[in-house]
Design a protein around this ligand. Structure first.
Ligand code: CP
Length: 354
């Protein structure tokens, strides 16, 4: 164990509420690491910026203006785990704002393969760029990167977590809530709605980050539908209890909970996190898939979501149903991520005033 490992272990052992200020500067978000950092005013700001960005980008003059906003900044996309959406949406979000980008998409092509440590790699990225957007298979690695750069680097650039282990994917939760808010725009917004999350909840970082964001809305109810072995972990359940968010677990079949849901959020089995190969296959998940016939018992006003990639949790025959909003959800990622970057660099007033 290195001296830095020991120091990080001490930091990590603190309660998450204590850690959050480490990712802030002057009361503003600097690093985006965990969903618990986000409150309602910050979310509302990010969504206002998102709407404005989308509207400005419709014209050529608007796009050219947006490309000037962060033309003096460079971003590093360090994706040490596979990704399509998060990588591409961040890549394009940076370009919308005029940022130039560098990327490492596989540690086998970085000097980590020669034995360079994660810590030295991150310091190296911060030498050349002004923002690090990262995905890592390890739990808490984005948090470690932010802690490292904040405390031990003379160039502490912001870090955005694009997915860390089976723990958190906060920018996915930001785009999910944006999608929900837009979908329920004429039904009073997300407040008072019942969100049904289904699939591998134990190891699904999207459902974990989304659950944490529910503290920012009133009268929410959550239903977790999964076999017992894939049910939501105790840490998230305790968080919901602390924030008086009612939840229940459905362990028999998805259809038992479908009629109650305002939003059905499907996820795939995260078997890349199996500790023993083939472990996930031992659980029968056949009753936790959404079939075309199930749509008959889903509310007419409900929405069906999925962070993607999907396997067979949602029958493709459901795609043409207007309640299936997962393709719009995916596209929202690029705009909300551009808004988050503008917010972190404090250039959003320029955008709002354009
Ligand atoms: N939703 C999501 O994180 O997708 P990718 O793994 O393709 O980035």
């Amino acid at each position: 164990m290195t001296i830095l490992d020991e120091k990080y272990a001490r930091f990590e052992s603190q309660a998450s509420d204590v850690k959050i200020p480490c990712f802030e500067r002057n009361g503003r978000i600097f690093d985006m690491i965990i969903s618990q950092q986000l409150n309602r005013p910050i979310l509302d700001d990010i969504y206002r910026i998102t709407g404005r960005l989308r509207s400005i980008a419709k014209s050529k003059a608007g796009s050219v203006f947006l490309q000037s906003v962060l033309a003096h900044k460079r971003a590093m996309l360090y994706f040490a785990q596979p990704s399509s959406r998060t990588f591409l949406s961040f890549h394009n979000a940076c370009h919308i704002l005029g940022m130039r980008t560098s990327e490492i998409r596989d540690t086998s092509v970085s000097s980590e393969v020669k034995g360079e440590s994660f810590d030295d790699s991150l310091r190296t990225f911060s030498s050349y760029t002004d923002l690090i957007i990262m995905r890592h298979k390890g739990q808490n690695m984005a948090e470690r990167a932010a802690w490292l750069l904040n405390n031990f680097s003379n160039r502490p650039v912001p870090v955005i977590n694009g997915g860390s282990g089976s723990d958190q994917h906060p920018t996915q939760a930001i785009l999910d809530v944006y999608t929900l808010q837009k979908s329920f725009e004429f039904q009073g917004g997300l407040d008072g709605k019942t969100i049904l999350m289904c699939g591998d909840l134990r190891r699904g970082r999207t459902v974990r980050s989304l659950s944490y964001l529910m503290k920012n809305f009133n009268d929410m109810k959550i239903i977790y539908a999964a076999p017992t072995s894939f049910q939501m972990k105790e840490d998230v359940c305790q968080f919901l209890q602390r924030h008086n968010i009612p939840y229940r677990m459905e362990t028999e079949a998805l259809e038992n909970a479908l009629p109650e849901a305002d939003a059905v959020y499907m996820t795939r089995i995260q078997d890349e996190h199996d500790e023993v190969a083939g472990e996930s296959n031992r659980t029968n998940i056949s009753r936790f898939k959404l079939r075309l016939k199930d749509m008959a018992i889903v509310k007419a006003s409900a929405v069906i979501m999925h962070p993607f990639p999907r396997r067979d949790e949602i029958d493709v025959a459901i795609d043409p149903d207007p309640r299936a909003i997962y393709w719009a959800q995916e596209r929202n990622g690029m705009w909300t991520r551009a808004a988050l970057i503008a917010y972190i660099f404090n250039v959003h007033d320029q955008i709002m005033n354009y």
